[in-house]
Design a protein around this ligand. Structure first.
Ligand code: 5RP
Length: 217
């Protein structure tokens, strides 16, 4: 099976966590795109969705799924999203698609975070995937120097502007043995909007697309 087929299998298995008459939190990325296709098959049973990116919003609306503003929704049963890496504690690196800030906001509102990944995303220790950090544009060089002090090698993701009008630094070679601590440390740097460590709000359920079928942990 290809990586995309494994992503698709994990995404469709997430329908199990979608309840009737609810608003579903929807993430961003190629795995989530499969989930949105799956959601299309049950769209008459749900109230609608809250989305974490312009890209997902566009896809949801094109299928006729109503997209609500997060400010108009007081709670979400479930948020379904992919990840770039996930460790055995269900801590993740996210933001490969530059949607990390809205993803963190929508997931904070949800009672349950269901992470959908193919098996290549499972790691023992986070950090082989460079950590995305969303930064206010004028703070880019300052934040980069501070990230170097933390042992990282930040690389400016040229040509990318987030849905919030900010830029992304992808930080290589960080020691992420303590993801919760590093998440807070990086958030303390002035000019950082969010970093892609989802450790304090990790996944509650993980659906892994494997060659033997989707496994739910
Ligand atoms: O965090 C994300 C976007 O900001 C995605 O969930 C992550 O990059 C995984 O993407 P894909 O499903 O395409 O592998």
């Amino acid at each position: 099976m290809t990586q995309d087929e494994l992503k698709k299998a994990a995404a469709w298995a997430a329908l199990e966590f979608v309840n009737e008459n609810t608003i579903v939190g929807v993430g961003t990325g190629s795995t989530v795109n499969h989930f949105i296709d799956a959601l299309d098959t049950v769209k008459d049973t749900i109230t609608g969705a809250v989305s974490s990116s312009e890209a997902s919003t566009e896809k949801l609306k094109a299928l006729g799924i109503e997209v609500f503003e997060l400010n108009d929704v007081s709670s979400l049963d479930v948020y379904v999203d992919g990840a770039d890496e996930i460790n055995p504690h269900n801590e993740m690196i996210k933001g490969g698609g530059a949607a990390l800030t809205r993803e963190k906001i929508v997931s904070a509102v949800a009672k349950q975070f269901v992470c959908i990944v193919d098996e290549s995303k499972e790691v023992t220790t986070l950090g082989a995937f460079p950590l995305p950090v969303e930064v206010i544009p004028m703070a880019r060089s300052y934040v980069a120097r501070e990230l170097v002090k933390l042992g990282g090698d930040p690389v400016y993701r040229e040509g990318v502007v987030t849905d919030n009008g900010n830029v992304i630094l992808d930080v290589h070679n960080l020691d992420i043995s303590n993801a919760k601590e590093l998440e807070l440390t990086i958030n303390q740097i002035v000019g950082v909007v969010t970093n892609g460590l989802f450790a304090h709000r990790g996944a509650d359920k993980v659906i892994i697309g494997t060659k033997n079928g989707p496994q739910i942990k």
